[in-house]
Design a binder for this molecule. Structure first.
Ligand code: NDP
Length: 445
C-alpha cells in the first residue's frame, strides 16, 4: 500500500471508528488500488480517493408508524447516495434491525464498484431502515412502507435515484412503497425496481442475483477446467439470492446439500428439495427448521455457521455480511473446497477471503458475483423508460452476457496488474477506474 492510500485509510479510521463495516470494506478495497495510483498520479493530485470514499449525500429521517394495537412506533430511515459519477443512484433498500448509517455506507461503497463492473450506466446508493418485518402483519408492513416512502419520495426519481430490494425488502414491500410513491407524485414511473410483473416489473428480476451468481461461477469454473456438474454445493441463507442460486446450481448439475437461515442449517444428502424451501421461506415466511418435518428427509442443526463445517466443492455464502470467518474458511479449505463465490455482500471476512486466495481456492467477491440483480434492475429501468417489456429468455440471455463480461473484465484486469487469479484486486481495480475517469472528466464536484 502506498503512502497516499495509507493516509486516506488512516483518516477514515480516525473519522469513522463507529462504522466497522464501512472501514472493513475500505480496508479490503483501498490497498488493492495501489498500482492504479502509482500509474495515475493525476488521480492523487485531484484528491480523487478522498472524494471517492465519501458519499455524495446521506439522508437520515424518522419513520413513524402505528402498529396493530394502535401504538405509535418510530424507526430510523436512511438513503446513502454514494456516487452519481457514471449514472443515476441505484441500489437496494434493507429493512433489518441491524441497519445503521455505517452499514449502509459499506453497502453503498461496494455498490459503486459493482455497478461500474456491470458496464451499465449506474451510479450507486443504498438505504433502508432498522425495521424488522419479521413477525409484523401485512397491515403493519404496509403502514411502515408508506411512512418510509412519504419521506424518501422527495429524494428519488427515475433519472435521479432508483432503489430496489435487499434483505427484508421483497415483492410485498416494493409493492407497498411503489403504491405510496405513485400516490405522492401522481405519476406511474420506473422509480423502484423489483416491481411486480403486473405493474412495470421485469421478467427474471427475482431470479437475477442467484442465477447471475451461478452464470459467473460457471464461467469461472470453465476457465479453470472445472464444472459445476457433479459438484457438492453448500449455500448459506434461504432468501431471494440463496434460493435462485440453488435452483440454477441444480440445473447445472450440482448437488445442493445444505442451506440455512439465521437460526441454523438443513443438510439433505439427497439434494435439497427447493420447492419445499420456496414454500417455507417465500410463501409462508416460516423457519427452515420445518424442512425435515415437511419432506421427511434431511436434518436441521441449530447454529447458522455450522454449515461451513460440511465438506463441499462449491461454497456460496448468500445470507449476510461476515457470516464466513477465518476459522470457517480453514475448515472449508481442509475439506477440499474448490471455489467460493459471494452471493451476499461481504459475507467473507477479510481473513477468510485472504485464506482462500492463499490456499489457491478460486474466490470471487460479491461485487462481481452478485451483480446480476442490479444488472436486471437496469434492464427493468430500460423497459420502463421504453414502455415495453422483454421476454424471460431475452432478460436471461442479457444477464448471462453481463455476467460473462464481468468475469472476463475482472480476470483480465487482475492479469494486467500482474496478479492473475486475484479476483478481489481485479474487481476493485476494474470497477474503480471507470468511476475515477468519470470523476476526473466532471471536475471537482
Ligand atoms: P433475504 O432477506 O431474501 O434473505 C436473507 C436470508 O439470509 C434469509 O434466509 C435469512 O434468514 C438469512 N440470514 C440472515 N442472517 C443470517 C445468518 N447470520 N446466517 C445464515 N442465514 C442468515 O435477502 P437477499 O437474499 O435479498 O439478500 C442476501 C444477501 O445478498 C445480502 O447480503 C444482500 O445485500 C445481497 N444481495 C442481494 C441482492 C438481491 O437482488 N436481493 C443483490 C445483490 C446482493 P432469516 O429468515 O432467519 O432472516
Amino acid at each position: 500500500m502506498n503512502q497516499y492510500i495509507a493516509s486516506v485509510l488512516g483518516d477514515l479510521k480516525a473519522r469513522y471508528p463507529h462504522q466497522p463495516e464501512f472501514l472493513q470494506a475500505a480496508e479490503e478495497i483501498l490497498p488493492t488500488l495501489t498500482a492504479v495510483f502509482d500509474r495515475h498520479p493525476e488521480y492523487r493530485d485531484a484528491a480523487l480517493l478522498e472524494r471517492f470514499v465519501e458519499p455524495e449525500r446521506a439522508i437520515l429521517f424518522r419513520v413513524p408508524w402505528v402498529d396493530d394495537e394502535g401504538h405509535t412506533r418510530i424507526n430510523r430511515g436512511y438513503r446513502v447516495q454514494f456516487s452519481s459519477a457514471i449514472g443515476p443512484y441505484k441500489g437496494g433498500l434493507r429493512f433489518h434491525p441491524s441497519v445503521t448509517l455505517g452499514m449502509l455506507k459499506f453497502l453503498a461503497l461496494e455498490q459503486t464498484l459493482k455497478n461500474s463492473l456491470t458496464g451499465l450506466p449506474l451510479g450507486a446508493a443504498k438505504g433502508g431502515a432498522d425495521f424488522n418485518p419479521r413477525g409484523k402483519s401485512d397491515g403493519e408492513v404496509m403502514r411502515f412502507c408508506q411512512s418510509f416512502m412519504t419521506e424518501l419520495a422527495r429524494h428519488i426519481g427515475p433519472s435521479m435515484d432508483v432503489p430496489a430490494g435487499d434483505i427484508g425488502v421483497g415483492a410485498r414491500e416494493i409493492g407497498f412503497m411503489f403504491g405510496q410513491y405513485k400516490r405522492l407524485v401522481a405519476r406511474h414511473e420506473g422509480v423502484l425496481t423489483g416491481k411486480g410483473m403486473g405493474y412495470g416489473g421485469s421478467q427474471a428480476r427475482t431470479e437475477a442475483t442467484g442465477y447471475g451468481l451461478m452464470y459467473l461461477v460457471k464461467t469461472m469454473l470453465d476457465n479453470h477446467d472445472l464444472s459445476p456438474d457433479g459438484m457438492r454445493a453448500v449455500i448459506s441463507g434461504s432468501g431471494n439470492v440463496a434460493i435462485f442460486a440453488a435452483e440454477k446450481a441444480a440445473q447445472m448439475g450440482a448437488s445442493v446439500i445444505a442451506m440455512s437461515d439465521s437460526e441454523g442449517f438443513i443438510l439433505d444428502e439427497a439434494g435439497i428439495d427447493l420447492s419445499c424451501v420456496k414454500t417455507l421461506k417465500l410463501n409462508e415466511r416460516a423457519r427452515i427448521s420445518e424442512y425435515p418435518k415437511r419432506t421427511g428427509r434431511g436434518r436441521f442443526q441449530p447454529g447458522a455457521k455450522g454449515i461451513w463445517q460440511l465438506p463441499c466443492d462449491l461454497a456460496l455464502p448468500c445470507a449476510t455480511q461476515n457470516e464466513l470467518d477465518g476459522g470457517s474458511a480453514s475448515v472449508l479449505i481442509k475439506n477440499g473446497v474448490k471455489a467460493v463465490a459471494e452471493g451476499a455482500n461481504m459475507p467473507a471476512t477479510l481473513s477468510a477471503s485472504h485464506a482462500f486466495q492463499e490456499a489457491g481456492v478460486l474466490f470471487m467477491p460479491g461485487k462481481a458475483a452478485n451483480a446480476g440483480g442490479v444488472a436486471v434492475s437496469a434492464f427493468e429501468m430500460t423497459q420502463n423508460a421504453g414502455f415495453t417489456s422483454w421476454t424471460f429468455d431475452k432478460v436471461d440471455r442479457e444477464l448471462q452476457a453481463v455476467m460473462d463480461r464481468i468475469y472476463h473484465r475482472v480476470a483480465h484486469t487482475a492479469a494486467r496488474y500482474g496478479k492473475a487469479g486475484d479476483f478481489i484486486l481485479g474487481a476493485n481495480v476494474a470497477g474503480f477506474i471507470k468511476v475515477a475517469d468519470a470523476m476526473m472528466a466532471q471536475g471537482v464536484v
